[in-house]
Design a protein around this ligand. Structure first.
Ligand code: IPE
Ligand code: IPE
Ligand code: MG
Length: 220
């Protein structure tokens, strides 16, 4: 199955503790590690897509966006071992063409080094927006002079697999431009837990709830 998570609430988690917002992002990165390890050990989860930075997140103060880019670079460096140990393949969706070159290199290196890993594919959504993704897909099709069909649009997206379960933390009940095409028939789960407080235990409970749902895809 394809599990997608909107990791939200880092800033509020930090504020509640009288800390700076960036401390919430640091704690949030640790949770990514725990949840990814859990998913790598779960036989049914094949893809884990995590919303890490949206096309709209550039509206934040430069200090915060700079911090997030640096955090990502250091994290990929530090966690390469973990990707290898857990047999996790790393991929990216979104438009990273304007990221600073050192970060882009680090992303490419992590992708290349983990490309044959099999247990789980972890996809990070970076400078990602669902509308941007669909627009870029349609542009690619026009450039190739191909026919515009649903199948062809799906094929030209950054990620082709439909989402089975979408989780958002932090109590917000919205999708904020995440995987708009791929969530057409996703089951959704919204939890008030802030991302830095999210645990694999809670994920397990959500997965149990998901298994009990009857998906109809328009049928009866
Ligand atoms: C999610 O947490 C992480 C990113 C968007 C990078 P937020 O930073 O949005 O935290 P809140 O929503 O302000 O609490
Ligand atoms: C969505 O969270 C983006 C990520 C989790 C990376 P936001 O915090 O940016 O979303 P809004 O602004 O509350 O909708
Ligand atoms: Mg938020």
């Amino acid at each position: 199955m394809h599990l997608a998570i909107i990791m939200d609430g880092n800033g509020r988690w930090a504020k509640k503790r009288g800390l700076k917002r960036v401390e919430g992002h640091k704690k949030g990165a640790e949770v990514v590690k725990e949840i990814t390890a859990y998913c790598a050990n779960s036989p049914e989860i094949k893809i884990l897509t995590l919303y890490a930075f949206s096309t709209e997140n550039w509206k934040r103060p430069k200090m915060e966006t700079d911090f997030l880019m640096k955090l990502l670079e250091n994290w990929l460096k530090k966690e390469l071992e973990t990707y290898i140990k857990n047999d996790v393949k790393f991929e990216v969706i979104g438009d990273i063409s304007k990221f600073f070159p050192k970060l882009r290199k680090r992303i490419e290196y992590t992708k290349e080094t983990t490309k044959n890993n099999k247990r789980l594919t972890q996809v990070l959504a970076l400078n990602y927006g669902g509308r941007d993704e669909i627009t870029r897909a349609v542009k690619k099709i026009i450039k190739k002079n191909e026919e515009i069909t649903q199948e062809n649009i799906q094929k030209n997206l950054d990620i082709n697999e439909d989402v089975d379960l979408l989780i958002r933390t932090s109590g917000e009940i919205r999708v904020s431009n995440f995987l708009l095409w791929q969530i057409a028939y996703a089951e959704m789960f919204f939890t008030p837990t802030l991302w830095p407080d999210f645990t694999s235990r809670e994920l397990e409970q959500i997965l149990n709830n998901f298994k009990k749902r009857q998906r109809r895809f328009g049928g009866i």
